[in-house]
Design a protein around this ligand. Structure first.
Ligand code: BGC
Length: 245
């Protein structure tokens, strides 16, 4: 079973063909930086470029950083506002001439981590957070993945992600200790509502977990994502194959 997984992020689009039985990448990941906010059409071209790079003809899973309802993108907090209301399946389908399955980026990462990574074999309530330009969240229990938007939990009059994302740390030039403490406060607020037994932290910054985990106090066990930043690509591919069943 093979699918192309594509992860659309705030600063880059990444893709790779994936063996969805093992979660292994079948070729080196192709990454295209997107420094400016791309319009939906330009983004579709970029996604098309990734499919062409691999001369792909099969199913494609696309992880998008927004609320997904069927084929539609309902929100776009950190990408171009014209994505709101867009039919993503049509948009990316036209650009790649392949069948598209669309999924929220954090839900994609959760698919991969629960199947092949830090959540493998865990059946209890798990909360996955991806820390990047925004904060992505998904819950998992007993093989079911539930996409959430807890990055938009109200915090000091704004979305929590504005205070605790990896971008917020960069923007405010926060030390690992200050940012980790802030992140811990946010996670404990989520824990009071959700009571997960395991919390998985993903996103590029999870590679530096040893720098900030000592400052993040949680009730649940806190672990870094095992597929690190690759979970989005693998999970999107898994989703594409699942949607075919
Ligand atoms: C979006 C989520 C997304 C997260 C991480 C948030 O701003 O609303 O849908 O999962 O960023 O990319």
């Amino acid at each position: 079973m093979k699918a192309l997984g594509i992860d659309i992020g705030g600063s880059a689009v990444k893709g790779a063909p994936v063996d969805t039985r093992t979660g292994r990448l079948l070729a080196e990941r192709h990454r295209i930086a997107t420094p400016k906010q791309l319009s939906p059409l330009m983004m579709a071209r970029t996604v098309g470029e990734i499919a062409r790079h691999f001369q792909w003809r099969g199913p494609i899973g696309v992880g998008f950083p927004g609320v997904i309802e069927g084929p539609r993108i309902l929100t776009s907090a950190n990408l171009h506002p014209r994505f709101i209301g867009c039919d993503g399946v049509k948009l990316f389908g036209k650009a790649t001439r392949c069948r598209i399955a669309l999924i929220n980026d954090a839900a994609a990462a959760a698919q991969a981590e629960m199947k092949f990574g830090a959540g493998r074999g865990v059946t209890g309530k798990t909360l996955l957070l991806t820390l990047g330009t925004g904060v992505g969240t998904a819950l998992a229990e007993n093989g079911v993945i539930f996409p959430c938007e807890l990055g938009h939990f109200p915090w000091k009059g704004r979305s929590a992600e504005k205070h605790v994302s990896a971008l917020a740390r960069d923007r405010e030039n926060l030390s690992w200790a200050v940012w980790g403490h802030r992140l811990g406060k946010y996670i404990r607020a989520l824990e009071a509502l959700l009571w997960p037994e395991l919390i998985i932290i993903g996103g590029g910054i999870s590679a530096k977990h040893h720098k900030f985990f000592p400052h993040v106090t949680t009730r649940a066990k806190l672990v870094p994502a095992q597929l690190l930043n690759g979970a989005g690509v693998v999970g999107a591919a898994v989703w594409a194959v699942r949607r075919q069943d």
